[in-house]
Write a protein that binds this ligand. Structure first.
Ligand SMILES: C[S@@+](CC[C@H](N)C(=O)[O-])C[C@H]1O[C@@H](n2cnc3c(N)ncnc32)[C@H](O)[C@@H]1O
Length: 207
């Protein structure tokens, strides 16, 4: 059986070339995120993949560190930062299931399209809450596939057997919001983009 990071290492090249499937909603959530960030903020994006979002946010913050447990994703992200001449973005490997040691402490932590890929999202959200001071932001976008499990579940199971899909946690929106609150956050906004889609965008503040 392959390790979870091996799946992402294997598909990193393809992932980098894949166009964003719903650009309009991607930009809506990107703009919502920008509206919360300040020019001198130090931001961490966990599960940053090939760094596209971190590089787009870099001009709006003081510094941004993208982390991902896939070495191949991080190599691509570093290459893009260098090619685009972005000097306030850095990328390093880190597994979000392990406690984060961050110096300096971040003003905001971002996790886009990540939590539903983890077996214990409560523990992961706890790891992300720990380094934030009171008032620090946790901004996430998560596939909430619970209502569609009957539809996608069997196909995904077969794909997983052949190594063509990663582990998926079938989360529901209410459950996700409860986990975020339980980790010490208040929720400032929670919406789906598109409105009937499975992707839940949540902005939360540490209390
Ligand atoms: C669906 S991609 C999303 C990438 C990027 N955030 C985006 O929205 O395009 C999920 C990413 O999470 C990373 N990932 C999955 N599990 C992880 C873990 N436990 N720790 C760190 N990164 C992880 C994968 O390597 C992959 O790059």
């Amino acid at each position: 059986m392959q390790n979870a990071d091996q799946f992402w290492n294997r598909i990193a090249g393809k992932y980098a070339k894949r166009p964003i499937s719903d650009l309009e909603n991607y930009h809506k959530t990107l703009n919502r995120t920008k509206s919360y960030l300040k020019p001198d903020d130090h931001v961490i994006e966990v599960g940053c993949g090939t760094g596209s979002t971190a590089l787009l946010l870099a001009p709006y913050v003081g510094s941004i560190l993208g982390t991902d447990f896939s070495r191949s994703m991080i190599e691509i992200a570093r290459g893009k930062a260098q090619a685009e001449g972005v000097s306030n973005a850095a990328f390093q490997t880190a597994d979000v299931t392990k406690p984060l040691t961050l110096d300096p402490k971040p003003d905001a932590i971002l996790a886009f399209n990540l939590l539903h890929l983890t077996k214990d999202p409560a523990a992961v959200i706890g790891n992300l809450s720990a380094p934030l001071e009171r008032g620090g932001l946790f901004i996430s976008k998560t596939g909430c596939l619970k209502p569609k499990r009957w539809l996608f579940g069997p196909l995904i199971k077969v794909m997983q057997l052949f190594g063509k899909a990663p582990f998926l946690n079938y989360l529901g929106v209410e459950e996700l919001e409860r986990l975020i609150r339980a980790a010490g956050f208040e929720i400032l906004e929670s919406d789906s983009y598109p409105a009937k889609g499975i992707s839940r965008y949540i902005v939360a503040r540490k209390v």
